[in-house]
Ligand binder design. Structure first.
Ligand SMILES: Cc1cc2nc3c(=O)[nH]c(=O)nc-3n(C[C@H](O)[C@H](O)[C@H](O)COP(=O)(O)OP(=O)(O)OC[C@H]3O[C@@H](n4cnc5c(N)ncnc54)[C@H](O)[C@@H]3O)c2cc1C
Ligand code: FES
Length: 271
């Protein structure tokens, strides 16, 4: 965790750029830094509406970006923002992806997971890593960050769509399974996306004995270990501190992984 620049209180920042990625996905840029590392998240506050966790899609010490789906009350209102509007940010919170210099990494991204994976790829290549990114989506209209990922040197991009409208037909986890069976060897797998995708990556990691780091999402309120809303059964670890990025050897001990999560008042919701 980045304690030096971490702020537990929100500060407001003006949106300096808005990119419409797809019909329901936007990327906002702010002229500030939270000192974030790839995998960490920020609490994003829309005054009078709500505050929700979002992965930091990029932070270069001068600007940060978030990429989000307009799915509910807060994010639909956030999506109506214009350049110049103020948004509250606090963080960076949580654990981050970790690699060693020169490693061969496979990054698996589903949905908005493509944004933090772009950030991870951008940083890992600075350490001489050979990075393969497997981006998956339902169909080609939902693919994110392909141009950004293609522009990175030493990054090999693999695209998968469920309906075969672009790239491999099927899930990105099936695609990498084929690549590994074809003889490619990776030092580590990183994944960010829907929990059913993470379950498949966890299984792949065990089957091929490749260590993995997975980004798990649970309902978050405080973001820094105070409220207990993000604990997972039976370990009792708080995913805002011990996650969201969790090593697979810990993940396999979380019995609720892939089965259920809890809402804002702690009720179990099955996946
Ligand atoms: C670590 C982490 C990183 C995330 N990164 C991103 C991201 O980069 N981009 C993105 O679009 N979304 C991200 N999310 C999910 C995002 O927080 C939810 O989409 C958002 O909270 C929905 O809020 P809403 O009011 O629009 O919708 P609602 O209708 O209130 O909720 C829709 C669903 O979002 C989830 N949700 C709602 N509030 C929270 C909360 N406080 N904490 C966790 N989940 C919640 C619940 O599963 C809920 O069913 C992330 C979540 C976590 C935990
Ligand atoms: S969100 Fe409060 S303890 Fe994790």
């Amino acid at each position: 965790m980045n304690t030096q620049s971490q702020s537990r209180l929100p500060t407001t920042h003006r949106i300096v750029d808005i990119k419409q990625e797809t019909d329901h996905v936007q990327t906002f840029t702010f002229n500030t830094s939270l000192g974030a590392k790839p995998g960490q998240f920020a609490m994003v506050w829309l005054p009078g509406v709500d505050e929700v966790p979002m992965s930091i899609a990029y932070d270069d010490g001068k600007q940060i970006r978030i990429t989000f789906f307009a799915v509910g009350d807060m994010t639909k209102k956030l999506a109506k923002s214009a350049v110049g509007d103020l948004v509250g940010l606090r963080g960076a919170f949580g654990s981050n992806y970790e690699w060693e210099k020169g490693q061969k990494l496979a990054l698996l991204a589903g949905g908005y997971g493509a944004a933090p994976m772009y950030f991870a790829a951008h940083e890992a290549i600075k350490d001489g890593c050979d990075v393969h990114v497997f981006v998956g989506a339902r169909s080609k209209e939902h693919l994110l960050y392909l141009d950004e990922l293609s522009s990175l040197k030493n990054v090999t991009l693999h695209v998968a769509t469920d309906d075969g409208s672009q790239g491999f037909k099927g899930f990105n986890v099936q695609d990498i399974n084929k690549v590994i069976k074809g003889g490619e060897k990776f030092d580590q797998l990183f994944a960010c996306g829907p929990e059913r995708m993470l379950v498949a990556v966890s299984q792949l990691s065990c089957d091929h004995q490749v260590p993995s780091q997975l980004s798990l999402e649970r309902y978050m309120k405080c973001g820094y270990g105070l409220c207990g809303n993000c604990v997972v059964d039976p370990l009792g670890i708080r995913l805002c501190i011990d996650g969201p990025v969790v090593h697979n050897d810990v993940c396999v001990k979380i019995t609720e992984f892939g089965k259920y999560h809890r809402d804002g008042v702690g009720r179990k919701i099955a996946f």
